[in-house]
Design a protein around this ligand. Structure first.
Ligand code: ADP
Ligand code: MG
Length: 496
C-alpha cells in the first residue's frame, strides 16, 4: 500500500478495540487476501491507490486549506471556504454569573441545556440537559414547523424545571445561546441569515432568513420568556467552552454527522472585516471547512455520493470525511464489488442497493471486531444488507472500511495542520513551538478509535514528531452546550 505505511500490519492486520494493531492469525494461502479472487479485484486495488494519502498528498491538502482560508478572509466567495465572521470577539472571561440557557441544533441530535454560572470561583455550578431528535419529516418540512417543534421542546424543558424559573426579574427575559450548526451569514452576534441547509436538511423557506428571528418568534408563540443573546455555530461554541477551561485552545473541530472547524483569528488579518474592529483585536472565524475541495484524492464512489446528494457539487470535504457519508461510500463500493466481482456470491444482496443502509457506526463496529472469524462483521453485514459472507469476504469488507476511514481521518488531520499553518505563517510562534490545543467534538471523533488515530498520524507526519508533541488534539465532549450558554452570558443584554 502506498499510504505511507499507516496500517503497519498490512492488509491482514486489524486494529483491536484498544487501538493496538494486531496481526490476524495467518489464513491458509488460498484464503489470504492477495491470493486471488475478490481480494485482488481491480476495484480494491484501484480503491487503495485512489484513496492513498502519502505525505505529499497530505501536504498538498494542508497547503490548499491554508491558501483557501486566506482567500476567504479577503472577500466572500474568493475561495472555497466561506470563512464566516462569527462576531464572537470576546470569549467568556470566567466572571459570568447567573442562569443561562443553550439550545443546540446540529443535525440529527438536538439538545437543550440550562447552566448556572457562579463567577470566577464558582465557575459552572450546575447544568441540566435534555436530548431530543428532530423527526425525519421536519427535516423536509417548513421553517415554522421546525422552529415550533424546537420551541415546544424548550418549553417542555422549562416546565419540567418547575418553580426555579419563576425568579425572573420584572421586564427581563431568560437569555439563550443558540448553537446552530449550519452556514449562516452573521452581521452581529445575535442575528444570522441562513445561507443554505446542509447535512441532509432541506427545510423550505429558511434560506435567506434570520434564524434568530425564526426562533424568537417561535418561542413567543410558545409563551416563553426567553430570547436569543448569541447565535453561534457548534464549532464556535465548542471553542468558547473549551477555552473557558484552557486558554491554549486556539482551534475547534467538529467531526459528527457533518464537519466544521473554527479558530481565533487576528482582526487585522481579516481584510473583509469592515467598520469597527473588535476591541479585543481578535475574532473567531467559522471556516465552514466542509466546503473545501482542494487537492482531495477522490474516487468515482465519492462522485456518485455527491451527485445523489441534496447538494451536489457542495461540501466535498464534508462528504469525504464526515459521519453522514463514510458508511454510504463504503456501501457503494461493496455494491460495485458484489456486482462486478461476486463479492457475497452469485447474487447481489438486495438491501445493499438501498442508499444509506450502512451507517458509519456499522463501519466502526466492524473495525472493532477482533474475533478470528470476524463474527461481528458477518452479523452486521447480514443484519444491514442481508449478505451472507465468508471469512475472506469479511476481510475484504473490513479492508474497504479501513481504506475509506483512513483516508477520512488523515485528510481531517491535514485540514487541522492547514489551519495551524495559516495561523503560524501570519504570526510566527503563535501556535507552533508552544502548547496549542485543538478542541475536538462530534460523534464520529468520539466513537471511532481508528479515525482518531489516523488524524494524529497525519498531524505527526506533517509537523514532525517534535513540533506535533506540542499540539494537543483533545476531545472536548459536549463543550458546545456550555460554550453557547457562556457566550449568551458574555453577550448578555443586561450587563454593562
Ligand atoms: P451531530 O453531528 O448530528 O450534531 P453527533 O456529533 O452526535 O451529532 O454525531 C453523530 C454522528 O456521529 C452520526 O451521524 C454518525 O455518523 C457518527 N457516529 C455516531 N456513533 C458512532 C459510532 N459508534 N461510530 C462511528 N461513528 C459514529
Ligand atoms: Mg453536533
Amino acid at each position: 500500500m502506498s499510504s505511507a505505511g499507516v496500517t503497519a500490519g498490512g492488509p491482514l492486520s486489524l486494529v483491536s478495540r484498544r487501538g493496538t494493531i494486531r496481526r490476524r492469525r495467518a489464513a491458509p494461502p488460498m484464503a489470504a487476501i492477495g491470493a486471488g479472487g475478490v481480494a485482488t479485484s481491480p476495484i480494491l486495488t484501484h480503491l487503495r491507490e485512489r484513496c492513498a494519502t502519502p505525505l505529499p498528498v497530505l501536504r498538498r491538502v494542508a497547503d490548499a486549506m491554508a491558501a483557501e482560508m486566506r482567500a476567504g478572509l479577503v472577500s466572500d466567495g474568493a475561495g472555497d471556504l466561506p470563512m464566516i465572521l462569527s462576531y464572537v470577539d470576546s470569549l467568556p472571561s470566567g466572571d459570568e454569573k447567573g442562569a443561562f440557557y443553550a439550545l443546540d441544533l446540529g443535525g440529527t441530535n438536538f439538545r437543550v441545556l440550562k447552566v448556572q454560572l457562579g463567577g470566577r470561583d464558582g465557575r459552572v455550578v450546575e447544568t441540566e440537559l435534555q436530548y431530543a431528535q428532530i423527526p425525519q419529516e421536519l427535516m423536509f418540512g417548513t421553517t415554522e414547523e421546525l422552529f415550533d417543534f424546537i420551541a415546544s421542546e424548550l418549553a417542555r424543558f422549562v416546565s419540567k424545571e418547575g418553580g426555579r424559573s419563576l425568579h425572573l426579574p420584572q421586564g427581563k427575559k431568560w437569555e439563550l445561546g443558540f448553537t446552530f450548526s449550519f452556514p449562516v451569514k452573521q452581521t452581529s452576534v445575535d442575528s444570522g441569515i441562513l445561507i443554505k441547509w446542509t447535512k441532509g436538511f432541506s427545510v423550505s423557506g429558511t434560506a435567506g432568513r434570520d434564524v434568530v428571528a425564526c426562533l424568537n418568534e417561535a418561542m413567543e408563540r410558545q409563551g416563553l420568556d426567553m430570547r436569543v443573546s448569541a447565535l453561534v455555530n457548534d464549532t464556535v461554541a465548542t471553542l468558547a467552552g473549551a477555552h473557558y477551561y484552557d486558554e491554549d485552545v486556539m482551534v475547534a473541530v467538529i467531526l459528527g454527522t457533518g464537519t466544521n472547524a473554527c479558530y481565533i483569528e487576528r482582526a487585522d488579518a481579516i481584510p473583509k472585516l469592515q467598520g469597527l474592529k473588535p476591541r479585543s483585536g481578535k475574532m473567531i472565524i467559522n471556516t465552514e471547512w466542509g466546503a473545501f475541495s482542494g487537492g482531495l484524492p477522490l474516487t468515482e464512489f465519492d462522485k456518485d455520493v455527491d451527485s445523489a446528494s441534496v447538494n451536489p457539487g457542495e461540501q466535498i470535504f464534508e462528504k469525504t470525511i464526515s459521519g453522514m457519508y463514510l458508511g454510504e461510500i463504503v456501501r457503494r463500493i461493496l455494491l460495485k464489488m458484489a456486482k462486478d466481482n461476486a463479492l457475497f456470491g452469485d447474487s447481489v444482496p438486495q438491501k445493499l442497493s438501498t442508499p444509506f443502509i450502512l451507517g458509519t457506526p456499522c463501519l466502526c463496529a466492524m473495525q472493532q471486531d477482533d474475533t478470528d472469524d470476524l463474527t461481528a462483521v458477518g452479523a452486521i453485514l447480514s443484519d444491514t444488507t442481508g449478505a451472507q459472507s465468508s471469512l475472506k469476504e469479511r476481510e475484504v469488507v473490513v479492508e474497504v472500511c479501513d481504506t475509506i476511514v483512513r483516508r477520512a481521518g488523515r485528510l481531517a488531520g491535514a485540514g487541522i495542520v492547514g489551519i495551524l499553518q495559516k495561523m503560524e505563517e501570519d504570526s510566527h510562534g503563535l501556535v507552533l513551538g508552544r502548547r496549542t490545543v485543538v478542541a475536538m467534538d462530534g460523534g464520529l471523533y468520539e466513537h471511532y478509535p481508528q479515525y482518531r488515530r489516523y488524524i494524529q498520524d497525519a498531524v505527526t507526519e506533517l509537523l514532525g514528531q517534535k513540533t506535533s508533541e506540542n499540539i494537543v488534539i483533545d476531545h472536548n465532549k459536549d463543550g458546545s452546550g456550555i460554550g453557547a450558554a457562556l457566550l449568551a452570558a458574555a453577550n448578555s443584554k443586561y450587563v454593562g
